[in-house]
Design a binder for this molecule. Structure first.
Ligand SMILES: [Zn+2]
Length: 375
C-alpha cells in the first residue's frame, strides 16, 4: 500500500503535469491561432489605416505639382499615403460653410481637374460642395461633399483624374415617376446629346395661342404638350398674348452664341482668357445650358415692352405653372446654388408630381435632386 502511494502520487503528478502541459500547449496553440487570425485580418484589410492628411502636406504636394514634380506615382485607386515626419500639422476637414486658404487650395485643385468652375474665393459654398461630390463619386469615394482625409489624399496623389463628361440619358426616360433630368455647369450634356421625342412647337401650339420667336423651335413632346395645356388654361383665365422666345437649343447653337460673345470681347481688345471669362457671366458654356434638355422654355408677353416680371402673364405663371409640371427654374434667392440670377421667363418642365413637391419644399432642382439622393 505504501509503495503504491508514491506510485499513485507520481502517476497523479504525472497526470497533472500532462494536463497542465496540454493546457499550456492548447493556450499556446490558441494564442498562435489568434495571432494568425489577427495577422490575417490585417493582411486582408481593404485599406490600411491611413495617416491623416495634413494641410501643409497638401500645400507641399501642390507646390511640388506646380513645380512639375508630382510627389506620388499613380498607384491604383487608393494610393499609399505619403508618410510625413513633419511636427503637429493641422488636420484638414473642410465642409460647406468653411473658408480660408485651405478652401481656396481645394477649389484650385478641383478647377484644374474640371470639377469646379466657380471663383477661387476660399468660400466653401454649394458650388464647391457639388465639385467635391462629383470628384468623390468619380473616384469611388463616398460622395458626402466633405473634403476629408481620403479626398485630400486622392486629390493630391497624382492619380486624381480629370472630370469625365458622361452622356446624359434621354430626358423622357427620366420623367415618368423618375428623377428629373439635371443640366447645369456641373452636369453638362455631351456634344452628341439630342433629346428623344423632339417635336416642332408649331405642330402642337396653335399660332393664336402663342407667337413663336423661332418658327423652327423644338421641344420634347411631353413638355410641349404640357406647355400647350398651361397656356390654354391661362387664356381661359383671361391671360393671353403669349410669346415663346427660346426652346430646345443644340450644342452647336450654344457654341455659336458663346463664340459670338467671345469674339465681340476680343474685338474690344481683351485677351482670350478675359473674353471667355466675360462671356461666361451671361452665356452658359456649350453643354451646360438647360435649353439642351428640350424641357425648358423662355416665355414672354407678346403685347408689351414691360419687364416680364411686371406682367399679368408672369403673375399667372407664378401661381399656376406647377399645376402643369413647370417650375421657375432660376430665382434670385437660389443663385448661389444654381449659378444663375433670377430668370422669371425661364420655365422648366419636371412633371407635375415633382413640380408640386419642389414648390412645397421651396427647393430648386439641385436641392430637390439632392434631397431625392440623386446627386
Ligand atoms: Zn432660358
Amino acid at each position: 500500500m505504501k509503495r503504491k502511494k508514491p506510485g499513485l502520487k507520481a502517476f497523479a503528478v504525472g497526470c497533472a503535469v500532462l494536463i497542465s502541459l496540454s493546457a499550456v500547449l492548447l493556450v499556446l496553440a490558441e494564442s498562435r491561432q489568434t495571432e494568425y487570425e489577427a495577422l490575417l485580418k490585417v493582411t486582408q484589410a481593404p485599406t490600411p489605416t491611413v495617416h491623416a492628411i495634413r494641410l501643409d502636406a497638401a500645400v507641399r504636394a501642390e507646390a511640388a505639382y506646380a513645380a512639375g514634380t508630382p510627389t506620388a506615382a499613380p498607384a491604383g485607386p487608393t494610393p499609399a499615403p505619403q508618410p510625413t515626419s513633419e511636427p503637429a500639422p493641422t488636420q484638414v476637414l473642410l465642409s460647406q460653410g468653411a473658408s480660408g486658404e485651405g478652401v481656396r487650395l481645394l477649389q484650385e485643385k478641383l478647377k484644374e481637374l474640371d470639377f469646379y468652375s466657380g471663383e477661387l474665393d476660399g468660400q466653401f459654398g454649394s458650388g464647391t460642395r457639388s465639385a467635391v461630390k462629383a470628384f468623390q463619386s468619380q473616384h469611388g469615394l463616398s460622395a458626402d461633399g466633405i473634403a476629408g482625409e481620403k479626398t485630400w489624399q486622392l486629390l493630391f496623389s497624382g492619380s486624381a483624374s480629370p472630370r469625365e463628361v458622361k452622356v446624359t440619358p434621354s430626358p423622357v426616360a427620366m420623367l415618368d415617376g423618375e428623377k428629373p433630368m439635371l443640366v447645369n455647369k456641373q452636369h453638362p450634356v455631351d456634344r452628341e446629346f439630342v433629346p428623344a421625342d423632339l417635336v416642332y412647337l408649331r405642330d402642337v401650339i396653335p399660332s393664336d395661342l402663342a407667337v413663336l420667336a423661332d418658327s423652327d423651335a423644338q421641344g420634347v413632346e411631353e413638355a410641349v404638350l404640357a406647355l400647350k395645356d398651361m397656356l390654354e388654361a391661362a387664356v381661359r383665365d383671361g391671360i393671353g398674348s403669349w410669346k415663346i422666345r427660346e426652346a430646345y437649343r443644340t450644342w452647336a447653337a450654344q457654341e455659336r452664341i458663346f463664340n459670338n460673345y467671345v469674339n465681340r470681347f476680343l474685338q474690344d481688345g481683351r485677351t482670350r482668357q478675359s473674353a471667355i471669362s466675360a462671356t461666361r457671366q451671361t452665356v452658359a458654356d456649350p453643354g451646360t445650358s438647360e435649353h439642351h434638355s428640350g424641357l425648358a422654355f423662355d416665355l414672354n408677353a407678346a403685347n408689351t415692352s414691360d419687364a416680364f416680371v411686371d406682367t399679368a402673364q408672369y403673375a399667372w405663371l407664378y401661381n399656376h405653372c406647377t399645376e402643369y409640371g413647370f417650375v421657375i427654374r432660376y430665382t434670385d434667392e437660389k443663385e448661389d446654388i444654381t449659378g444663375f440670377l433670377g430668370e422669371e421667363w425661364h420655365y422648366r418642365y419636371v412633371g407635375r408630381e415633382h413640380a408640386e413637391r419642389m414648390q412645397e419644399m421651396d427647393m430648386c432642382l439641385e436641392e430637390y435632386l439632392e434631397w431625392l439622393g440623386a446627386i
